[in-house]
Ligand binder design. Structure first.
Ligand SMILES: Nc1nc2c(ncn2[C@@H]2O[C@H](COP(=O)(O)OP(=O)(O)O)[C@@H](O)[C@H]2O)c(=O)[nH]1
Ligand SMILES: [Mg+2]
Length: 281
């Protein structure tokens, strides 16, 4: 697992250089983001990094996110001048749309150049957004590894898709924006920060606070609550009581309740939830 990479300035510099070196060789950058947190799952300096290179934003994990927000965010990113493809890497929904977009782009570019040239792409994104899943989806079964391109970036492998397009085999792992505590929370809610490094009861309490404000019906429905607490802590205790997560002396088992709420949120069982709203963009 690479989601617990510690980003320090030296590391960021190396990543930036790696991406910029690879950028020269590609026609398109595919930026993968998490549809539940379309702002928090983006790299803070992505625009500076990528510059004017045409970008395809993959709004991934749409199966876990609010479908109205998926539409809203698609519109927002299109207005920013990017291609946008809503994606579900678990079942491949979105892959045909992506491939057809890429073919059209290649065709238009070939016409512009008056010759045929293979389309080359690289995938970038912060940890856990689904970069590897997307690469595997794009490769399918028919694709094969092609050789090194010595002198370009040492050791870099190009993968050839069944349609002949080429993809850099290693995704560019970007760093998320850690300075903003809300961004950190969103990433943690969605499983992008290792749980071992956090106090899960506090994290779940924060999540319950967000959900009871933004998705009260889903929360009540999932945990069979007739009402929500005035404070998130009351709600958490009510959830524990419903589930029987009670320790000796009638004490609430916060740890176990936290685990359940976080797991169920991440698996989309509480509902299809988007934590950042497109109308605020
Ligand atoms: N529900 C859902 N889960 C996904 C989707 N894409 C990836 N995942 C899951 O998200 C986690 C991280 O995916 P991975 O491809 O390793 O992300 P990477 O760190 O960006 O390479 C894995 O558990 C995947 O199974 C998706 O579209 N929907
Ligand atoms: Mg990966």
């Amino acid at each position: 697992m690479i989601e617990h990479i510690n980003w320090y300035p030296g590391h960021m510099k190396k990543t930036r250089e790696m991406i910029q070196a690879n950028l020269k060789m590609v026609d398109l950058v595919i930026e993968v983001i998490d549809a539940r947190i379309p702002i928090s799952s983006r790299n803070p300096i992505i625009n500076d990094l990528i510059g004017g290179k045409q970008r395809v934003i993959i709004l991934n994990k749409v199966d876990l996110a609010d479908s109205r927000e998926n539409e809203g965010w698609t519109k927002v990113f299109k207005e920013e001048g990017h291609f946008v493809v809503p994606m579900n890497c678990m079942n491949g929904a979105g892959v045909p749309a992506l491939l057809s977009l890429l073919s059209k782009y290649q065709e238009a570019r070939n016409q512009e150049l008056s010759r045929k040239r293979t389309l080359r792409m690289m995938i970038v994104g912060v940890p856990n957004v689904g970069k590897s899943s997307l690469i595997n989806r794009l490769l399918g079964k028919k694709s094969a590894k092609t050789g090194d391109r010595p002198g370009v970036t040492r050791g870099k492998q190009w993968l050839t898709l069944s349609n002949g397009m080429q993809l850099l085999d290693t995704p560019g792992i970007l760093w998320p924006k850690f300075e903003d505590p809300l961004v950190g929370l969103n990433l943690a809610f969605c499983g992008s920060i290792r749980d071992e490094t956090m106090d899960l009861a506090s994290l779940a309490l924060e999540l319950i606070g967000v959900l009871q404000k933004e998705y009260p019906e889903e929360l009540m429905e999932r945990y069979k609550l007739v009402e929500l607490g005035e404070e998130p802590l009351e709600t958490m205790e009510a959830i524990a009581a419903k589930r029987g997560f009670i320790l000796s002396g009638k004490r609430t088992d916060y740890e176990r309740t936290a685990r359940a709420v976080l797991d169920e949120f991440r698996a989309g069982i509480i509902g299809r939830i988007t934590l950042e709203h497109s109308e605020d963009a």
